[in-house]
Design a protein around this ligand. Structure first.
Ligand code: ADP
Ligand code: MG
Length: 260
């Protein structure tokens, strides 16, 4: 087992660590007859890294999408940094700008360079000057280890490099929260670690993260808490060591026996 001692950091992202950033209360969502989110209640504190795991179809992606309001919910509330998630309009756009989202598929703009991918939203949405946006983008591309690819087109990069660009693109908006839905699932095995290492670095810098992943090594290294979902419910919520070494429910025991 890897050590899980948090690394001290001087990053200012950690200011306010410990207060709830995301509060999810009594959230329910149906797709027709399917109760895809069933009384979901949880909080994510500032600086906390929560790993969501569970069988396929258990509602993990729907939960992530609901937090960004890419999906509506039927009942309950989701609060981000004290604001109830708005239904629509400018308030929703503003809140979305605070939430970075990284998906399984990298979703880079295919006809823009790597650098343009990272500068686009800061220039358009945050009204940054091109010069300022480019300077920040180069810092972020350097941080994820792809600064030397800045002038290339996404298709010229490996999958692992593209996903690191996607992370840099999210970070360029200075999000309060990063939502990652199976960010390494589409990658060839030899590229998974380069992306996980970037994610571990973000976690150590105090970024608040909700990460859906089957990478148990990442959960052990970086997670403060594991949420285990099954059939639209949070079945267990525990520290990684408690969850992996001592799962309580039959559902979790069964799931772990299949993946470990
Ligand atoms: P997970 O990410 O845990 O695999 P999802 O949140 O993607 O699960 O899906 C949960 C369930 O909801 C699945 O049974 C899936 O088929 C269903 N589902 C997801 N999106 C939709 C949709 N837009 N319309 C109907 N059913 C959906
Ligand atoms: Mg999913």
């Amino acid at each position: 087992m890897e050590p899980t001692t948090p690394t001290p950091t001087t990053s200012n992202i950690q200011v306010g660590r410990g207060e709830p950033l995301v509060v999810i209360e009594q959230v329910n969502k149906h797709f027709g007859d399917l109760h895809v989110l069933n009384d979901i209640n949880t909080e994510v504190n500032r600086g906390e890294v929560v790993v969501v795991i569970g069988p396929s179809g258990s509602g993990k992606s729907t939960l992530c999408r609901a937090i960004n309001r890419l999906e509506t919910i039927d009942s309950g509330t989701i609060t981000i940094d004290g604001d109830v998630l708005p239904e629509e309009g400018a308030a929703l756009a503003k809140l979305r700008a605070d939430v970075g989202m990284v998906f399984q598929s990298f979703n880079l703009f295919a006809h823009k360079t790597v650098l343009e991918n990272v500068t686009l939203a800061p220039i358009r949405v945050k009204k940054k000057s091109k010069k300022e946006a480019e300077a920040r983008a180069m810092e972020l591309l350097d941080r994820v280890g792809v600064a030397n690819q800045a002038s290339k087109m996404p298709s010229q990069l490996s999958g692992g490099q593209q996903q690191r660009v996607a992370i840099a693109r999210s970070l360029a908006m200075s999000p309060k929260l990063m939502l990652m839905d199976e960010p390494t699932s589409a990658l060839d095995p030899e590229m998974i670690n380069e992306v996980l290492d970037v994610m571990v670095g973000l976690a150590k810098d105090g970024m608040t993260m909700i990460v859906v992943t089957h990478e148990m090594g990442f959960a052990r290294r970086a997670a403060d808490r594991v949420l285990f979902m099954a059939d639209g419910k949070i079945v267990e919520e525990a520290t990684p060591s408690d969850f992996f070494d001592n799962p309580q429910s039959d559902r979790a025991k069964d799931f772990l026996s299949k993946i470990l």
